[in-house]
Write a protein that binds this ligand. Structure first.
Ligand code: NAD
Ligand code: MG
Length: 387
């Protein structure tokens, strides 16, 4: 393939779990992809190592204190180096970029994603928080700009794959599968005593710390429910969750004739990452293959939203709409950070989220500035509640 026929990719958050796996995918398919931009928040060592290996046009280090170290290390290689949060919004506009993979974690993804869409870049979206905070604005802008949003989240990739060839057939409902996390089946009393170390041990997936805690608390599934609403244009009553501990069926779509399609495979994020980057092509690879005999039982059970209150809170926020999902997300980011610092217990995370949802003023039709304000306000209310 010539350089023009290759896809030029910017990876926001290249040092994380999704970012590093995306780089593996891209180097395995080096005749298809060019790494154009890499960014990291504070891991300058890994960013430098990646830049020297993949030779992007530019890198961004979020932590401005590390700018000089990165610039000095990449000077000879002729790689442009920028620093700070605003540089993320600028770098995604670079002419050469075709697709921006948003693999950074949390609310920090919102502004660069909007900037990339404004600049007409397609989005491979891992950063679900962006759609939770501002799904309506982001998807509207993408439609206006003719930009495609390719889901990287495995459940949403599954649904997207089930919808290929079905674009004129309305969805009756979707079913998002959830592993249930490390605490599946535990009672509220048992959850009181769980530790950070236990919460960080996910049975099926190796991921960044924030999403791993969200998976243990089922907030991850809650965020994914809201993400699905915006990606696939669904009503809240069309979205269901089912616990499937083996994480083999990645999610399902039911059509209006009652037929259900599922997408299956081993739990491996490289597949949805590759699919999002290479869509509509399925590229040959040597990822491990699924074998039914290794999984003689695929099981399904009801999600326990009474014990795992975060999932119910997310459904409530979706129903309420407006800035409520933004409030839910900001409160959860503060809660997870506090839990990871061992300042609050596992169940206190839901108390904090609920408190913020009841306290921060509701806005039915928020503009972008109002969402940014709601995020800030929620963080203040949350910090105050934590004392
Ligand atoms: P991670 O913590 O491993 O990596 C996060 C990346 O973002 C790092 O490169 C970090 O430098 C960067 N980053 C962190 N804070 C930042 C900030 N404030 N500004 C700019 N950059 C920042 O996280 P991850 O597990 O790779 O998850 C990334 C995103 O993908 C999350 O939104 C997560 O929900 C989603 N996701 C992850 C997985 C997975 O398997 N890891 C699966 C589905 C979806
Ligand atoms: Mg997921």
């Amino acid at each position: 393939m010539t350089d023009e026929s290759k896809k030029h990719v910017a990876i926001l958050g290249s040092t994380g779990s999704i970012g590093t796996q995306a780089l593996e995918v891209m180097s395995e398919q080096a005749d298809r992809f060019v790494v154009e931009v890499l960014t990291a928040h504070s891991n300058s060592e890994l960013l430098i190592e990646q830049a020297l290996a993949y030779r992007p046009n530019a890198v961004v280090i979020g932590d401005e204190g590390k700018f000089e170290a990165v610039r000095d290390a990449l000077w000879d290689a002729g790689i442009k180096v920028y620093a700070g949060a605003e540089a993320l919004e600028q770098v995604v506009e670079m002419e050469e970029i075709d697709v921006v993979l948003t693999a950074l974690v949390g609310y920090a993804g919102l502004k660069p994603t909007l900037a990339a869409i404004h600049a007409g870049k397609h989005i491979a979206l891992a950063n679900k928080e962006t759609l939770v905070v501002a799904g309506e604005l982001v998807t509207k802008l993408a439609r206006e700009k003719g930009v495609n949003i390719y889901p990287v989240d495995s459940e949403h990739s599954a649904i997207f794959q089930c919808l290929v060839g079905e674009f004129h057939n309305p969805i009756e409902k979707i079913v998002l599968t959830a592993s249930g996390g490390p605490f599946r089946g535990k009672s509220t009393t048992e959850l009181k005593a769980v530790t950070k170390a236990q919460a960080l041990k996910h049975p099926n997936w190796e991921m960044g710390a924030k999403i791993t805690i969200d998976s243990a608390s089922l907030m991850n599934k809650g965020l994914e429910v809201i993400e699905a609403k915006w990606l696939f244009g669904l009503r809240p009553d069309q979205i269901e969750v089912i616990v499937h501990p083996q994480s083999i069926v990645h999610s399902l779509v039911q059509f209006e004739d009652g037929s259900m399609k599922a997408q299956m495979g081993l739990p491996d994020m490289k597949l949805p990452i590759q699919y999002a980057l290479a869509y509509p092509t399925r590229l040959q690879n040597d990822f491990p293959r699924f074998n039914f005999l290794d999984y003689p039982q695929l099981t399904f059970e009801q999600a326990d939203t009474r014990t795992f209150r975060n999932l119910q809170l997310a459904f409530d926020a979706m129903e309420k709409g407006g800035n409520m999902p933004c409030i839910l997300n900001a409160a959860n980011e503060v809660a997870v950070a506090a839990f990871l610092k061992e300042e609050i217990g596992f169940l206190a995370m839901s108390d904090l989220v609920e408190h913020c949802m009841n306290t921060v003023p509701f806005i039915a039709k928020p503009k972008l500035e109002e969402l940014i304000e709601s995020d800030e306000q929620t963080r203040l209310v949350a910090e105050e509640y934590l004392g």
